[in-house]
Design a protein around this ligand. Structure first.
Ligand code: FAD
Ligand SMILES: CC(C)=CCC/C(C)=C/CC/C(C)=C/CSC[C@H](N)C(=O)O
Length: 466
């Protein structure tokens, strides 16, 4: 029998969002709480690898920013290693030729970049650090002080109030207002948005800035595959993984447990389990996870925003440089960003495997699956080809001002609303910690830690000294 101190908790979804939530819940509630994760496919979700030839390559979430502290800490805690990724030659393709490409000499590259983009190329890193990262990182202090928020705008606004206006204005507008030029925005920023979200500079400023951070120097991945983080979090958090597809969450009318989770188990048999607390850690979207919420006083619906489909195509072979307007194969950059949203390819990269070994595998992203003919035009020869299509992240142009809440009902929480602000591994982990704190604070009646402003002790001390 669980007591008030030891709730039973069911989590729907075993991606980084669900498994990080489980980890944080275990830290907060201690070892007696019973925590189950329901997973319909495999733990890791959108963190997954693909085998092509003899190579294992990241297929979903790939790059981690050096300042993504939860991902950094999980990697260390779980005995995993960081692998440097990124670097190497790059170019920006406009559909017929390269607008700019790097040289083998870094001074020449810097001169070319300065010639084309002026001071924007120097200012961008400090702008991202000052306008995004330094404010974003306040969340770690806020959460380590136990504070939690019931809505996505409240959480993002707690990092810094300026982020609310970033969520309402396009990245193009935000950057123009900060003094960046059209050429830089239309080429560099557009290239970053197309490779990371398959979208353009009309997307909101907050996710736009996250996307630019996703092409900054110092990016890394977990050696052996990012999916090891969710896999190992499951054992670290001592949770039971139930292989099954959740189809319903019913609000119970009797005094005992709050919710009944209905699911089809691995043998496709319908089963039910009751919990005090339920956490949904998958996008509530028709094409991703169909879950009925039954017997609630007001209906809980899937969220109306569109999801963006992306196909990642992996080809082991020899690329035709002419496809990217380059004559000589040696001059084809390893990483190609594209700045024209009417062409097929969002970006192309020569990949290393999950251990950092070089391969002859190229990955390209496209918003629609390529035809056989497309691939023939892009590669002069190919040994193997694999494709993975993802319901990848929200279609940010359809995201309105009403972002979903983290609290769907008393003791029923939702992690993935955060993706409507920005989708990234660290965002899911931050949302996981927020939901774990909400569940804990509600359970213990710590209402002073919910939706209350966080007063930075260092700033408060300065104020009293004045
Ligand atoms: C191609 C691609 C590249 C990306 N690259 C990066 C990157 O470089 N860096 C970065 O930070 N982020 C990247 N992302 C984003 C990142 O992968 C996601 O934000 C993150 O993995 C989301 O994790 P999650 O746990 O919230 O969701 P998911 O990983 O989707 O997990 C949800 C889980 O729930 C399960 N599930 C769904 N419905 C049910 C149900 N009814 N019953 C039981 N289980 C269910 C699913 O099977 C899934 O395992 C990328 C995403 C894609 C698609
Ligand atoms: C949350 C913060 C502050 C930073 C995260 C920055 C980051 C790593 C963003 C990437 C997000 C994303 C959805 C990338 C998708 S594709 C990645 C890459 N272009 C690839 O080719 O795999």
């Amino acid at each position: 029998e669980e007591t008030k101190e030891h709730p039973s908790i069911g989590i729907v979804g075993g991606g980084i969002g669900g498994t990080s939530t489980a980890y944080f819940l275990r830290q907060l509630f201690g070892k007696e709480a019973k925590i189950d994760i329901f997973e319909k496919r495999q733990v890791g979700g959108r963190l997954t690898t693909i085998k092509i030839g003899d190579n294992q390559i990241e297929a979903g979430g790939t790059l981690i920013h050096p300042k993504n502290m939860y991902m950094v800490n999980f990697t260390k805690l779980l005995g995993l290693e960081q692998l440097d990724v990124g670097g190497g030659s790059f170019g920006i393709f406009d559909g017929s030729s390269m607008r700019i490409s790097s040289s083998q000499y870094s001074v020449v590259t810097m001169a070319k970049l300065f010639w084309r983009y002026g001071m924007d190329i120097y200012n961008i890193d400090s702008w991202i650090n000052e306008k995004l990262l330094s404010k974003f990182m306040r969340i770690y202090d806020i959460q380590s002080a136990g504070h939690a928020y019931t809505t996505v705008p409240d959480l993002i606004g707690a990092m810094d109030p300026s982020f609310i206006s970033y969520m309402k204005n396009s990245i193009k507008f935000v950057m123009k207002t900060s003094g960046f030029g059209d050429t830089f925005i239309d080429e560099m920023v557009m290239g970053a948005l197309r490779t990371n979200y398959g979208q353009n500079t009309d997307i909101p400023g907050f996710v736009g800035a996250v996307s630019i951070a996703g092409v900054q120097p110092g990016l890394w991945a977990v050696k052996g595959g990012n999916k090891q983080v969710p896999e190992k979090l499951v054992s670290e958090a001592q949770v039971q993984v139930i292989q099954g597809t959740v189809v319903s969450v019913q609000l119970l009318q009797y005094q005992g447990k709050n919710y009944r989770v209905g699911f089809f188990d691995a043998e496709k048999k319908e089963q039910f389990k009751d919990y005090d607390i339920v956490i949904v850690a998958t996008p509530l979207h028709d094409e991703v996870s169909e879950i009925d919420f039954e017997d609630f006083p007001s209906s809980i619906e899937n969220f109306p925003q569109q999801f963006h489909k992306v196909t990642a195509t992996f080809v082991e072979g020899v690329p035709d440089p002419k496809y990217f307007g380059v004559d000589n194969a040696d001059d084809l950059p390893n990483s190609i960003l594209t700045c024209n949203d009417s062409i097929l390819v969002n970006s192309q990269d020569k990949k290393a495997d999950v251990f950092g070994n070089p391969t002859d595998v190229y990955k390209f992203f496209s918003n629609t699956p390529p035809s056989e003919d497309d691939v023939k035009q892009m590669f002069t020869s190919k040994k193997d080809i694999r494709m993975a299509t993802f319901m990848a992240y929200p279609e940010y142009s359809t995201v309105g001002e009403d972002l979903p809440p983290f609290v769907l009902h008393d003791q029923l929480y939702y992690v993935n609303g955060i993706e409507l602000a920005a989708s990234a591994m660290e965002m899911s982990s931050i949302a996981g910690k927020n939901v774990a704190l909400l569940a804990y604070n509600h359970w213990h009646g710590n209402l002073e830690k919910i939706d209350e402003p966080y007063l930075d002790p260092a700033l408060e001390k300065d104020k009293t000294e004045l």
